[in-house]
Design a protein around this ligand. Structure first.
Ligand code: AMP
Length: 403
């Protein structure tokens, strides 16, 4: 069974063709700069053959049309007939409290995802474009499934997901914590179970997705009890360009001092803050690391803030879980920045967490495994995330349920 996984953004569209029996990615690619000048597609087959197509992709349909051609291409493709694709799985960022699990896409689901656009304007609008383009190009005979980033977090109790603003705003606008990166947190937690043979039942996990966007989740018995991202992916701790949590008065203060509109404020908090805002150098942690090593004070401050805020979140989740059996690191920074992992974990020696420095240093570039020492009281793991695999599995499960 082959499943096409689509992750559609406003100006990009990533795709993977997954062979479910072989647990293998056959094809991966991304369409970049959709709707802008200089659009192109990078396409790669599992055997290394690849193609870069420079093409005017003025809308998502044009991008999906090119994807269809590439996956059926005689040199870099994998299929001869469209019917070889059993289903298409879409990553959807915001499912609100409408979607607690994955669903087969029909008009009602499309309208549901549309109704949530105000809660994730950039993401959900782009997802609708991706879904519509796939229906148009691949036809209605191939089932399409929506897999939500929020649904893994739907087990949070109200005391974790409510914000202490007047209750009427929850009733009127569904203002609450939803959490994001759920597909990634879910993948690494289930992979932890596979790797260790320890059942998630009775296990307390803290999963750290540290990338350009970052979030930390507390998981008990395989179910999320709290997560750092909130109403939108802006909440939590400092990220590449996002603030994370801050005193809300800072927002109203800056708005009145600088005469900022809600849109301008949104831009500052989402695009000009975080590692970039503090360092003034870059949102990319590799650039910050170089600058910090050269003694740049703001780069050093940015990294210290990032690590400190992560430590505080993990610590608060140890409290919320009343203990912790394992900490898992994933995503670009979590998978590669071993010195950050070392610094973060050094704050948890009080509960017997011990990192194996040699193991930690070698666990980079897609390697997976334990980095805690044998005499550590808790397991510490690096598990490269694989969101596409969860999307493909969920899509397959929905197909199986339909049979
Ligand atoms: P992501 O959003 O998961 O793609 O992660 C992006 C972040 O991961 C950026 O801040 C990168 O600096 C960081 N990152 C990615 N690869 C590496 C690497 N090999 N070494 C250090 N940091 C990395």
């Amino acid at each position: 069974m082959k499943i096409l996984v689509i992750n559609s953004g406003s100006s990009s569209l990533k795709y993977k063709l997954v062979d479910m029996e072989k647990n293998k990615v056959l094809i991966s690619g991304s369409c970049e700069r959709i709707g802008q000048d200089g659009s192109f597609i990078k396409h790669r087959r599992y055997d290394g053959s690849h193609k870069e197509v420079v093409e005017n992709l003025d809308c998502h349909s044009k991008a999906v049309l090119q994807i269809k051609k590439l996956i059926m291409d005689s040199e870099v493709g994998m299929i001869k007939k469209l019917s070889e694709i059993s289903a298409i799985g879409h990553r959807i960022v915001q499912g609100g409290d409408l979607f607690k699990g994955s669903v087969i896409i029909d008009d009602k689901v499309i309208n549901g995802i549309k109704s949530l656009i105000p809660l994730a304007p950039l993401h959900n609008h782009a997802h609708i474009q991706g879904i519509k383009a796939c229906i148009e190009i691949f036809g209605k005979d191939i089932p399409e499934v929506a897999v939500f980033d929020t649904s893994f977090h739907s087990t949070m109790p109200p005391e974790a997901y409510m914000f202490s603003v007047p209750y009427k705003y929850y009733e009127k606008y569904r203002v609450r914590r939803y959490g994001f990166h759920g597909i990634s947190h879910r993948y690494v937690s289930s992979r932890f179970e596979e790797l260790t043979g320890k059942s998630l039942n009775g296990t307390k996990l803290i999963t750290c997705h540290l990338g350009n966007g970052s979030s930390i989740t507390a998981i008990r018995d395989g179910k999320v009890i709290d997560t750092s991202m909130g109403f939108t992916p802006l909440d939590g701790f400092m990220m590449g360009t996002r603030t994370g949590s801050l005193d809300p008065s800072v927002v109203t203060f800056l708005q009145s001092k600088e005469g900022l509109s809600p849109e301008q404020t949104d831009q500052i908090l989402n695009m000009h803050s975080g590692l970039l805002g503090i360092s003034g150098i870059s949102n990319d942690d590799r650039d910050i690391t170089k600058a910090a090593a050269a003694g740049n004070k703001r780069a050093i401050l940015a990294q210290n803030m990032f690590i400190y805020q992560i430590v505080k979140f993990i610590g608060s989740y140890v409290a919320a879980l009343n203990g912790c059996d394992a900490i898992i690191f994933t995503a670009g920074i979590g998978e590669n920045q071993f010195s950050h992992r070392e610094k973060i974990c050094s704050n948890f020696t009080y509960m017997g967490a011990k990192i194996d420095l040699n193991l930690n240093r070698t666990m980079v570039s897609g390697k997976e495994g334990k980095i805690s020492s044998d005499d550590s009281n808790i397991d510490i793991f690096v598990i490269p995330t694989n969101e596409e695999w969860i999307i493909a599995c969920e899509t397959k499960n929905i197909l199986d349920e339909m049979k």
